[in-house]
Design a protein around this ligand. Structure first.
Ligand code: ZN
Ligand code: ZN
Length: 362
């Protein structure tokens, strides 16, 4: 699979007449190398890809693990001692490489340093590896599915834990603890646990607010398995829902279902967004759906494709995306329902299995 990934990148480089590319985005390096057990939050590494070579540069802290992971792969590991970028530029120069491509995510200081070190021209590329990552391999989908399964199980667990009188922070910690105890590597992202009026903020930060009876509780979280993430939102009522809460919930659920029904291979991402958005507009909540419908998920929690009104992306068969409409009424409450799906030729396969009818915890 690593060979296929490298070949896909080399095809792009060849089409764009790029002789050498330096990949430094961590998820992109992880994807291109396929290395397990090497990458952590502090990794110091770079991947160099040319038509002939695939080299992984890192320092002594990571080189032993990298050499073990590289066995049987097309990757050669180079241990650097001083400045990694000085070593790379020197090596490229000795091989007569005249142009080097960097990723647009590279920090400006590093860009400047490499531009000064490299004898030749430096150019910036955008989204090359990210584009390849959009369409998932079967083994990647399996990992995402396992992360989604753990996420569903955590939701079931938390339904038995949540009650009025607990704080948002206590619920967030219990979610994280349960997922990690049951096999999740950390969390896919910091969980959102937003109660009552806090739920009107789409990305509320977890607070010490005490959950009250009658509150909406918006839970947006995911597990992580072998580097692959899941993402789900469910909004429940602690106590009984009033009429207004039921009305908004029903609208968001209808939008979620319309979004799911619009997903299939080759469809424009903006059309899927419009399918869900029009349901909310018809019910008078169009202005209250203040973000895009969804995003790709994989090694990163937000990756390509982007599902919103302006997106020019297409949903390709094999992509994994979220469908997450929401309605946010400032000062009152907010509701979001988010599912994770695999795009298929004629529709989609929903990985999220947690129930979507309005849950009222008495
Ligand atoms: Zn989410
Ligand atoms: Zn999401």
């Amino acid at each position: 699979m690593v060979e296929r990934r490298l070949a896909a990148l080399r095809r792009i480089l060849s089409d764009d007449e790029i002789p050498a590319m330096l990949v430094t985005g961590v998820s992109n390096m992880r994807y291109l190398t396929g290395f397990d057990g090497v990458f952590d939050d502090g990794i110091n590494a770079a991947c160099l890809v040319t038509s002939e070579h695939a080299r992984f540069y890192t320092d002594a802290r990571y080189s032993e693990a990298a050499r073990a992971a590289a066995e049987g792969t097309p990757w050669t590991v180079r241990q650097t001692s001083g400045s990694m970028y000085v070593d790379i530029c020197r090596e490229l120069q000795s091989e007569g490489v005249a142009q080097l491509a960097l990723e647009s995510s590279v920090p400006y200081g590093r860009f400047k340093f490499i531009s000064e070190q490299f004898v030749g021209s430096v150019r910036v590329t955008d989204g090359l590896v990210e584009g390849i990552r959009q369409v998932k391999e079967a083994a990647e989908i399996e990992r995402i599915q396992e992360a989604a399964r753990l996420t569903d199980a955590a939701f079931e667990h938390i339904l038995g834990y949540v009650r009025a009188g607990l704080t948002e922070r206590e619920v967030a910690l219990e979610l994280e603890f349960w997922m990690r105890k049951n096999g999740s590597e950390g969390v896919a992202f910091a969980p959102i646990v937003a109660s009552g009026p806090n739920s009107s903020r789409p990305h509320a930060t977890v607070s010490d607010r005490v959950i009250q009876s009658g509150d909406f509780l918006k839970l947006d979280f995911g597990a992580c398995v072998d580097g692959y993430r899941a993402d789900m939102t469910r909004t429940i009522v602690v106590g009984r829902a009033d009429e207004r809460q039921q009305e908004v919930y029903a609208a968001v659920l209808a939008a979620n279902q319309a979004g799911l029904a619009a997903v299939r291979g080759g469809v424009a991402a903006s059309d899927v967004d419009a399918a869900a958005r029009s349901v909310l507009t018809e019910r008078g909540f169009g202005e209250r759906f203040t973000h895009g419908l969804g995003h790709g998920v994989g090694l990163d929690i937000h990756e390509l494709p982007t599902l919103n009104a302006e997106s020019r992306d297409q949903l390709r068969t094999g992509a994994v995306v979220t469908i997450e409409p929401g309605v946010y009424l400032e000062g009152a409450f907010g509701v979001r329902i988010e599912d994770l799906v695999v795009v298929e030729e004629a529709g989609c396969r929903v990985l999220t299995r947690s129930p979507k009818e309005l849950i009222q915890l008495d």
